[in-house]
Design a protein. Sequence first.
Lengths: 285, 285, 312, 312
Amino acid sequence: MSSINKRAKQISAEIISNKKVGAYHHITLTVGEIAQLIKPGNFVAVAVGGEDSRMVLRRAFAIYKSSMDPLDGGIVELVVAPHGSGSKWLCSAPIHSMIDVILPLGKAFGIPVNPVNALLVGGGYGSAPLFGLAEALKAKQCNVDMVLGASTASKIYAPQEGKRSTNSMIFTTDDGSLGLEGMVSSVIPEIIEKNNIEIIYSCGPMAMLEAVTQIAAEYGLQHQCAVEESMACGIGVCMTCVLPVRGEDGIARMVRTCIEGPVMEGSDILWNTGRKVPSEVWGAL
Amino acid sequence: MSSINKRAKQISAEIISNKKVGAYHHITLTVGEIAQLIKPGNFVAVAVGGEDSRMVLRRAFAIYKSSMDPLDGGIVELVVAPHGSGSKWLCSAPIHSMIDVILPLGKAFGIPVNPVNALLVGGGYGSAPLFGLAEALKAKQCNVDMVLGASTASKIYAPQEGKRSTNSMIFTTDDGSLGLEGMVSSVIPEIIEKNNIEIIYSCGPMAMLEAVTQIAAEYGLQHQCAVEESMACGIGVCMTCVLPVRGEDGIARMVRTCIEGPVMEGSDILWNTGRKVPSEVWGAL
Amino acid sequence: MTVAFDYSTSIGPTSLPNPILTASGCASSGKELAQFFPITELGAIVTKSIMLKPRSGRATPRMAETPSGMLNAIGLQGPGLELFIENDLPWLHQQGARTIVSIAGETVEDYAILARRIRTQPGVVGIEVNISCPNVENRGLVFSCHPDTARAAMEAVRRNVGGDLPIIAKLSPDVTDIVQIARTVADAGADGVALINTLLGMVIDTRTMRPRLAQKTGGLSGPAIRPVAVRAVYQVREALPHLPIVGMGGISSGQDALEFVLAGAQAVSIGTATFGDPQAAIRIKSELEQLLIERGFSNFSDAVSYAHRAEQ
Amino acid sequence: MTVAFDYSTSIGPTSLPNPILTASGCASSGKELAQFFPITELGAIVTKSIMLKPRSGRATPRMAETPSGMLNAIGLQGPGLELFIENDLPWLHQQGARTIVSIAGETVEDYAILARRIRTQPGVVGIEVNISCPNVENRGLVFSCHPDTARAAMEAVRRNVGGDLPIIAKLSPDVTDIVQIARTVADAGADGVALINTLLGMVIDTRTMRPRLAQKTGGLSGPAIRPVAVRAVYQVREALPHLPIVGMGGISSGQDALEFVLAGAQAVSIGTATFGDPQAAIRIKSELEQLLIERGFSNFSDAVSYAHRAEQ
Ligand SMILES: Cc1cc2nc3c(=O)[nH]c(=O)nc-3n(C[C@H](O)[C@H](O)[C@H](O)COP(=O)(O)OP(=O)(O)OC[C@H]3O[C@@H](n4cnc5c(N)ncnc54)[C@H](O)[C@@H]3O)c2cc1C
Ligand SMILES: Cc1cc2nc3c(=O)[nH]c(=O)nc-3n(C[C@H](O)[C@H](O)[C@H](O)COP(=O)(O)OP(=O)(O)OC[C@H]3O[C@@H](n4cnc5c(N)ncnc54)[C@H](O)[C@@H]3O)c2cc1C
Ligand SMILES: Cc1cc2nc3c(=O)[nH]c(=O)nc-3n(C[C@H](O)[C@H](O)[C@H](O)COP(=O)(O)O)c2cc1C
Ligand SMILES: Cc1cc2nc3c(=O)[nH]c(=O)nc-3n(C[C@H](O)[C@H](O)[C@H](O)COP(=O)(O)O)c2cc1C
Ligand code: FES
Ligand code: FES
């Protein structure tokens, strides 16, 4: 057997809870033992639409939380924005319905061996995987600060319990309806300096990840970001989810973000190449 | 405005009941005032599958019953066999869900002005429109006998209350699990003779309608049958639902069964033409 | 909110109050739909392709549903030219509908005769020339699949129709190079092209283990083919920027229609969607208008071909 | 219930234990799927088309979902011939998988070199020649869209591969006459044809109001195109009864696969369905077997082309 997708399984999971929280749906699935294999940053790929659906592709969702519940066994929680037809279908799925899920997929966030000061930056539902990450970091005695941004208050996903593992939590919204008015990137430098940040983790829209990458570079910090590229399969067979990424050998390649990501080192990514393959990419046309 | 489809409306109807009865589902819809315009033999065309469905065509269903309910207002009842994806979707539609329905469609059974002895012959769910017809005939002081056939007992749809308007009711099943073993056509001659039948009405599989047509011809009886051809639209615009039918001028034409039918005079139909257009048909290639 | 939005469009010499048409063969001659909405509110009714003689069409089964689409083999059933002129056109004219008559021939001469008779009928604002038909004089090859026959059919129509009535060539997508065919018919005098007709397809019935349709093959339509249709419109628009295009193929919402407009269609036809929703055309008319207004367009024409604009 | 059902099939000189293959470009080189089922249980793995040199493929967005289908413009991203031989083929061979290598060239000479290098690799049981690629020496015209270039590519492969290894020409459906192309490649020495590659399509993003894909156009696949694919298989089978066919295009269930078999396919490839269900191929393998047994077939070969039998 291959080492790719090596812990992944395709299972039928029951939706045991589906609640609207702000602009999102918080959805809980029972997935059995496999919940124990999940690490912060992993994602699931969900078949959407049911049997007679015209949607033929899976949808990827970051895992917000996974745990072993005494009653329900292994559970996985997702935070889903009702955006297009696939996510809307999922958000309106009734409790007790079964969905076809593949998990865990993708590379997880790297957890430092020794305690560090970490800044976690989330945009919109991109906050979802950060809470599990915060817990994992806290368990390693890290200092965890968090900044979450969104266009408006209802799009900040930050449950009360999520704050447990963080030392500080700052919100920014474009419209000022919650926390500071503005973008996350505007508050990051100050936090880095004040809290002596040593590593940044981020998840959110690509433009945000790019901005964070720039700031991380300015401060010479490591920056792991979970990217979000259109994925057709989630398991590495379709080649739709690629990004130009520089490898350890210094050569940039089109890399599948579903199996080499979604978590990647921000500075390795060739950002915003304007719908073109940069000529420096290996095998560029 | 045109005279075609002239009483039909496209409405959003609520499913207020959906019960399994034998092999079928008995489904009740609230349709409002339009229920009053429905006559036995009319049908509805239902949009199936919901918003993201890959099913693009409507499904036709005979109207089993229509009435004005003191509580629910106008209601329409259907008897649906879970066959392929469209009918299965409808059979599994939850109570209180809304469906898009066009009704009433098609030509209804002709009701004689004076009392006659009528035989109603139904195959499978083809019995559905016959109960309303029986009531209408009874109201005209007709004598109504009914023969219902199916492959097996669970596919005979004959609710207790349906028997009210009939003088006699005979069942036949291919496997003998209910009533007589055999096909409806085998018992019809005897009934015709015994009960002095003057007109036959039928609804069911095309092969059955053809057999009944032959018997009617032997006895020189009028025979109105409700045919079932594949329909894409149900309202006369697609030309998929045609049958070769002889007109009053003696010329056979390919006729739309959704607007010129489904009820037609059996002897006018050119039956079982073996996937060919008979050369005598007007404009045949 | 009342917005002064100019929804009008034109195809060659004809202007229409809005760009929403029915697709030929999917609205008969309008009577059946009149119960569901005022057909005069559409840009035009495109009638089912009419042939010289009465025609029974093909045997049944004539259709099969397919994933997000359907296959049909109606075989151009219809009453023939004279009865059509006697019954259908006067009714449409009486309603005040704008009518584009679709004509279909078995020979080049058929097209000439059809065009000559139709051009003088009241209420007719255009002729759509369905050249996706088998040419009985040439091994049944489809006219629009070969430049020579496509040209011959269009020239025959052009010779018989003056410049006041637009003639629109309706093309089949089942060709190696649709731009070449579009260019050919434009050279032969077409005022515009209708893109696309159905794709040739087949469904096998896994119960009988034979082709489902009596005719074996049929034409594939519906949302399934939309990407092929949008591509055809975009390609033809890019190659022939001044040739008006009527876009169609799987349009079932305002969003879908907008794709065609941005790709380069001056008008759009609603076909298979009408079978699922008799009010599709009129619904799409208002959905598209709303989407255009939301995007800041003050008139429809500005949106046509907008996807071709230069990158900033 | 144990039934003695012979599921084996053959494509030219190669026999396979069953007719279920992966579609090129939809299973990479097998490693990713190995987690979900034993890939040795498939008839063969058809690998992603390999080119001479490493290739980055196209810019993103590379895909768009469409009704019952998807558009892709991967642009043949891959490591190039040598790394493929070094890394992918040995792994497949080691697993015991039967491998059909798909090759794609930019020039006729590319095809010759690719074929020569691949033919001697262990574990390779066939070569699929993806000629649905742009010919850089001839205005980027797709090889398989024109008889002359299709022939040239296939002859180049045939000259370099002996009779023991089947070469299968993979054709594009975007042609006026697919039978003509099939006949041409058969004459040029193809042992079989793979039908069909994707249809050229486009999606316009109604938000940005530009083509969704960076590459503008892409290939349409999935259930949406199945009727077109079944038709192509049926037509080619009817015209060339002895030419083996690998059928594909929207197969996502045993029922779908059965349509292709009845239409004339000796083997079927599972493409887009794998994206929705990684176990699609292995599921379809057992579904198809079950359906054939239910229909009274005792071996797979009897079902091939069964839809062409004479009417009783
Ligand atoms: C690794 C990863 C993690 C994700 N995590 C979450 C999450 O935690 N919560 C959440 O709500 N969504 C998440 N998404 C986005 C999610 O997968 C869907 O793309 C999104 O819900 C839109 O799908 P749709 O069916 O509603 O929209 P549609 O418009 O119907 O989607 C059509 C197609 O476009 C793709 N697509 C559309 N928008 C996006 C997008 N923004 N990013 C990637 N592909 C897109 C879809 O995957 C689908 O294939 C994640 C995506 C990735 C790749
Ligand atoms: C006038 C009329 C009255 C009908 N009344 C009833 C009724 O009372 N109860 C009931 O259960 N069904 C009835 N039917 C059949 C019903 O319309 C559907 O065809 C049937 O339910 C199968 O559809 P499906 O989606 O389940 O099957 P699918 O196989 O998914 O159908 C695919 C397509 O084939 C057509 N099709 C398949 N089987 C038939 C068939 N036997 N007749 C016509 N078209 C078919 C469907 O309409 C659809 O377009 C009636 C049909 C007609 C024309
Ligand atoms: C049942 C049916 C009948 C059709 N008849 C005709 C016709 O007579 N003439 C014609 O030019 N096109 C005909 N078409 C093709 C449509 O006009 C249209 O080009 C095609 O269906 C694609 O559009 P759609 O996907 O919106 O249906 C027919 C299509 C269908 C589905
Ligand atoms: C993402 C993707 C990549 C593909 N890459 C190739 C390829 O490299 N070579 C090839 O011959 N066909 C390629 N194809 C075409 C498929 O092999 C197949 O012919 C087509 O998708 C139709 O089958 P389907 O509908 O089952 O996917 C690709 C298809 C998809 C969807
Ligand atoms: S999503 Fe298919 S390869 Fe990454
Ligand atoms: S079902 Fe469309 S014309 Fe009868």
